[in-house]
Design a protein around this ligand. Sequence first.
Ligand code: HEM
Length: 398
Amino acid sequence: MSGRDRRRARKPDERDSPRVDREGAVWRIRSLAVARQVLRARDATAQAGFTAEAIPKDYLRHHPILVSDGPLHDEQRSKVARFFAPKVVEERYAAQAASCADRLLDRARSTGSCQLDELALRYTVEVTAEVVGLTHAPVPAMARRLVSFFNQPPVDVTRPDFGRTRAMWARAAVNALLPIGRFYLADVRPAIRARLRERQGDVISHLLDEGYGNADILVECVTYGTAGMVTTREFIVMCVWHLLRHPALLDRYLVAGQPERFAILNEVIRLEPVVGHLYRRVTAPIELTEGDRTWTIPAGDLVDLCLRPANADPEAVGDDPLDLCPARPLPAGVNAAGLSFGDGAHRCPGQPLALLETDLLLTRLLALRPRITAEPTLAWDNLIEGYQLRGLVLDLRI
Ligand code: HEM
């Protein structure tokens, strides 16, 4: 690929071609346009990522939003949309997020430095907890419980056995169920009890109105916790790392208005998608086309949408796909964030919240002109196939 390469989270073994690849019953898609066709084939695919196909659903009255499909899922989506629309997010959550950012930064300044991934976790957990209604337990303790879900043995959802032995499944069950049990007792159950007494206009109150039981609500809280809090944390650290190592872009960010700042943030996440792969099981044959090529994916096959190559597909995002160019011209239908927030039926409802909260923290933090005193280390998470940045230390003494 030609042009400047600013991507920091790259996997050494990750390929950027061929654009559509088939290996047995597994298809790998690296073209943004073709990946989008799969994500929009709402009636012919089912969620197969995040080990969704291994989650037993019989004991739940309602299918979890992340793994539900079809008309029921559309209805769930339209009902929660009122918590996540850009205007709602701005009006209802911006002031609280801003005061949380101020408080955390004041504390960090009093010690002279901060480890950004820790501050970002506290921040994203506190902001999302407010939207969801998980306001019972102290934030640091809930953050620890949420992060511990991710301590899972390796998984490969493209293999029929998920690439796990029986012993690994047993370990996965223990590693997931213990933290989930703790999360239920300390965070979710008290929140449900309080909202049974009095609804509070948050996601948990809405789920109670919809007749969700305790187990259903727990599953949705795990989704929002991991989908909303943990991803935004990585995004914040990645943005700060890029901006502090790109002085010209940092200067622009600090003087720009909100639309331009959001364009910069979207461009960072296009280049550095936090979730690296999305998966779909094909339930009815789908026809895909690009130029004069067509492919028919039969029912039963698995599609692996490779977001890092797709987001750097020059046919979709133009020249220098691995550079950071917030003003890059994009053809109609290509989101400024590429496919980093997905597309189609499961498209992330939290994108406006993620951008707003990141911007509120970054405008405050970067105005302090911090200096990097320790670079982060980069590791890979197996469940969301995303990067983890740890140990970015900032000197905040002016
Ligand atoms: C930088 C931050 C974020 C990233 C990169 C991200 C990424 C994604 C992606 C890629 C999906 C689609 C999954 C698929 O199609 O298989 C998704 C779904 C979802 N996200 Fe986000 N997300 C972020 C922040 C948030 C926030 C702040 C919330 C809410 C508080 C949230 C809630 C959800 C939910 C509920 C879903 C499931 C939607 C569905 O399946 O219909 N996310 N997210």
